[in-house]
Design a protein around this ligand. Structure first.
Ligand code: SF4
Length: 394
């Protein structure tokens, strides 16, 4: 990771000019993210939107999904998390196989094509109750149970699993890639400061940046189409935001596997440790999306519309090209107070901004016909669900 340096000396105009030409340096990206309100801010967004139009066209994609919170037990205690539970806490839950399949089947009936498995990180390492539950299911680890459920959902419902279970080792990725054609792990931040005392990742051993970078790098070695992202507004500096984006770019340049980068904005909730922490505003989110576009260039840049209330169409102007997974069936278990927009409304508001809302699969079009990324059996299944451009057939 690069050391933090003072970055204000480079004129903003020079940084925008460099971004229009090609790959930006850290110094340029740090100047870009400091765009001042007014002409600089407008110029930043215009450069990002132009690059998006050039590289990704006039479509804004989304994936029709069901959300399967396989377990909300987690050994970490992130300061912003409302999802995790300890055993015995109200709402603590590990889904049984028939419950998982029932949700996936209901989603399939509603036209969903993705089963997003999101879950707590290694609960069996902290809780004997989870070890016992897994033992009754015939597994020693949550990730082994997850792999079996991905296999069953894929084979019994036709939905494409997208596994998002926290840190994964080489063998976990090898097991999961057979049934989960794409996977994800939020990098969130590369700042080691944020794991220090009193910081959001103070009591979250799985949020050490070097461990998350290791998982994402291993996914690259295994050529797994991979989703990652950053979480903004949790106490990181602007330079640290840039460093996280550069780390993602670096991993992608080595292995070409980053299909999508999510720019997620922190939202305060009454039941979290960070309940009084200020939320990043819309302009802060927009400037980060714009810099992500200019740093990451052809990689898909996503922001969830439900985390920006009714103002989300503005983010199109900042250069995103994807709204992420939208569920017609299940709520956003990570932000339960923020319902997803209806897909028809999302299509209308995207069209009003001059773009066509287009359904994609959990695997991005860029990876569906490329050799070496998907297991052969899985590639055949995915391709059968895609049109010639790699988007979902509806
Ligand atoms: S954000 Fe993820 S890792 Fe952190 S506490 Fe919540 S479920 Fe666990």
């Amino acid at each position: 990771m690069q050391a933090s340096v003072s970055t204000t000396s480079l004129p903003f105009a020079a940084a925008v000019a460099a971004a229009r030409e090609g790959e930006v340096t850290r110094e340029e990206a740090c100047a870009l993210i400091r765009a001042r309100e007014g002409a600089e801010f407008d110029s930043l967004l215009a450069a990002a939107a132009a690059l998006r139009n050039q590289l990704r066209g006039r479509r804004i994609s989304y994936s029709k999904k069901v959300f399967i919170p396989l377990t909300n037990l987690c050994r970490d205690y992130c300061g912003y998390c409302t999802f995790r539970k300890d055993p015995g806490q109200p709402g603590a839950r590990t889904m049984m196989p028939d419950e998982v399949l029932a949700v996936a089947e209901a989603g399939a009936r509603m036209g969903c094509k993705e089963a997003l498995f999101s879950l707590g990180d290694r609960p069996e390492a902290a809780f004997p109750e989870m070890r016992e539950a897994l033992g009754r299911l015939g597994h020693a680890t949550t990730l082994s149970y997850l792999a079996q459920m991905c296999e069953r959902v894929l084979n019994e419902t036709g939905l494409l699993p997208h596994a998002n279970p926290g840190l994964m080792g080489r063998k976990d990725l090898e097991a999961l890639r057979r049934f989960s054609p794409s996977m994800g792990l939020m990098l969130e931040s590369t700042s080691d400061r944020l794991i220090g005392p009193g910081q959001p990742h103070d009591n979250a051993p799985d949020k050490a940046p070097r461990l998350r970078l290791k998982t994402i790098a291993e996914a690259g070695r295994q050529r797994i189409p991979f989703t990652t992202g950053i979480l903004i507004g949790i106490g990181e500096t602007l330079d640290e935001r840039v460093d996280a984006l550069l780390a993602i770019r670096d991993l992608h340049q080595r292995n070409g596997h980053i299909q999508e980068v999510i720019i997620q904005n922190f939202r305060a909730k009454p039941d979290i440790l960070m309940r009084d922490h200020p939320e990043p505003g819309l302009a802060d989110l927009a400037r980060t999306i714009a810099v992500a576009r200019l740093v990451l260039r052809e990689i898909s840049v996503q922001a969830p519309p439900n985390l920006s209330d009714e103002t989300y169409p503005f983010l199109i102007q900042a250069g995103l090209n994807d709204w992420g997974g939208i569920s017609p069936l299940t709520r956003d278990f990570i932000n339960p107070e923020k319902p997803w927009p209806q897909i028809d409304a999302l299509a209308d508001r995207t069209a009003a901004a001059g773009f066509e809302l287009t359904e994609r699969l959990s695997v991005y079009p860029d990876y569906i016909f490329r050799d070496g990324f998907l297991e052969p059996d899985l590639a055949a299944k995915v391709r059968a669900m895609a049109d010639t451009a790699g988007f979902a057939t509806v």
